[in-house]
Design a protein around this ligand. Structure first.
Ligand SMILES: [Zn+2]
Ligand SMILES: [Zn+2]
Length: 117
């Protein structure tokens, strides 16, 4: 685990800037942090993927299973999947209720998209 990047801390929000954290990662990696993270115009995010790298925060996630689900979601983004409207781990979620409701697996459509790549 990398040491937390204190430069990414926003003292007004008392949260870490997810885009900043992602920007220091090597390609095709996921960084799991225990701090609360945000992107502009959102109160918080569970994770963020950008340019083949991602960060996931376990701060608001109550179980390992939920963390694993968010990691699968961000890895999906790393492999180029957009958000999905099906019953699918790639559903967008910005609340714990939404995150808990979505399945932990890809739908058939997303699986097909991944296979094509
Ligand atoms: Zn997403
Ligand atoms: Zn899907």
């Amino acid at each position: 685990m990398l040491p937390m990047l204190e430069r990414a801390y926003n003292p007004e929000r008392k949260q870490y800037n997810a885009a900043f954290l992602v920007s220091i990662l090597p390609p095709y990696s996921v960084w799991i942090v225990d701090k609360d993270i945000y992107v502009d115009n959102m109160n918080f995010v569970f994770g963020l993927a950008m340019q083949n790298r991602a960060v996931v925060s376990c701060y608001r996630l109550p179980s390992d299973a939920m963390i694993a689900k968010e990691v699968v979601h961000e890895v999906g983004h790393i492999f180029g999947l957009p958000h999905c409207k099906n019953k699918c781990v790639m559903q967008f979620s910005n609340s714990l209720a939404e995150a808990m409701k979505k399945p932990s697996k890809l739908c058939e459509e997303c699986k097909r998209r991944i296979r094509k790549k």
